[in-house]
Design a binder for this molecule. Structure first.
Ligand code: ZN
Ligand code: ZN
Ligand code: ZN
Length: 354
């Protein structure tokens, strides 16, 4: 049983075990990334037992390491094999990303067992990164930063949002991303939609443009946002931009161990409210990042979880003026013993581009 498995079972005191499906949880515990399909693959972790992997015979891992394999063939009932390992009246945490198909079938063969979600039960497990993970997130952040530096050199005016989005995706891959999850290019009034999909709008002089992009590099996520302006910005655009920048900076400076997640949100929100734009900040301040680009902890009202060294999350306040424009600035930040450290480090000034 490796250190991550032991740590998980320590944190899961009171549970009879963990049921891990392919996806970020299985990658976290074993490094393995088998296909996610209707054929059941399940890692069963129980205190005092070797880790068992129920796996389709045609997907046997080449290097199972310390896993005890239980292979099944088409026509077998893999859920019955799992049930044989479980305490029929036990309680188990299940990967958040487990398919309902699999969990419902398990409930059929083991109707008395009870299930709880991994993140509800073990909120700190993947939320607190070890040094290796922070290094991978820093490398992903540096790749996103290099992408931003280069996108500043491309022509915006006269080109569509989609063309810029394609440039971003290409640059992310050139800087080592194996997967691009999103390339938001939201120009002019489209910027008022935080999750605008890059489309056919042609970018022109006078446009604010929100650029929010990221994906996975060596298995770990990047996610950064900068807002740029084509030509000289108006006084109002500059004012709104400066409010967002101040909110992002204040929230970053508030990061230190022991501060509640919701207090980071509160710090950013207060600055935007005091400037008169509170109703236009329409989302939480941030989300965790790791093996996925959105995961706990969430910097959101009501989240009392205190910050812990090793946590990594976005700080991304924004202001969205319907029909006009939007501004958002986003960095990934990690918590250290003395405060926060940015994993995105490009300039926060409003870049004027053409
Ligand atoms: Zn403008
Ligand atoms: Zn983002
Ligand atoms: Zn984000």
């Amino acid at each position: 049983m490796n250190a991550r498995m032991s740590r998980a079972l320590d944190q899961a005191a009171g549970l009879d075990g963990l049921l891990i499906t392919p996806g970020p949880d299985l990658a976290y515990f074993t490094g393995q990334r088998p296909p996610i399909t209707e054929r059941l693959t399940l890692l069963v972790l129980r205190p005092g037992h070797q880790p068992h992997l129920i796996v389709p015979a045609l997907e046997l891992p080449h290097d199972p390491g310390e896993l005890t394999l239980i292979a099944w063939e088409d026509g077998d009932d893999p859920y019955a094999l799992v049930a044989d390992l479980l305490d029929p009246r036990g309680r188990y945490a299940v990967s958040d990303s487990a398919w309902a198909l699999h969990l419902l079938a398990l409930q059929q063969v083991a109707p008395q067992t009870r299930y709880t979600s991994m993140t509800a039960t073990l909120p700190m497990l993947r939320a607190v990164k070890d040094a290796d993970e922070v290094a991978l997130l820093a490398a992903a952040g540096a790749a996103a930063d290099a992408t931003y530096e280069q996108i500043l050199g491309v022509r915006f005016a006269g080109r569509t949002e989609r063309a810029i989005a394609d440039d971003l995706a290409r640059l992310l891959r050139e800087h080592g991303h194996s997967q691009v999850d999103f390339t938001i290019v939201a120009s002019g009034p489209n910027g008022a939609d935080p999750h605008h999909e890059a489309g056919d709008r042609v970018i022109g002089e006078g446009d604010m443009v929100v650029l929010d992009f990221g994906g996975l590099k060596d298995g770990y996520g990047s996610d950064t946002t900068r807002t740029v302006h084509v030509g000289e910005p108006s006084a109002v655009e500059r004012e709104v931009f400066d409010v967002v920048r101040a909110a992002q900076q204040a929230a970053f400076e508030a990061v230190r161990p022991g501060v509640a997640c919701q207090d980071i949100d509160r710090v950013a929100r207060r600055i935007i409210e005091d400037a008169g734009y509170g109703e236009f900040f329409i989302h939480r301040t941030g989300h965790g990042i790791g093996l996925t680009t959105h995961e706990p902890p969430y910097l959101v009202r009501g989240e009392e979880q205190p910050l812990v060294p090793g946590m990594c999350f976005s700080i991304e306040p924004g202001i969205y003026l319907p029909g006009r424009f939007g501004v958002r600035i986003e960095d990934i930040v990690t918590v250290t013993s003395s405060g926060g450290r940015r994993l995105n480090d490009t300039d926060h000034e409003l870049a004027v581009i053409w």
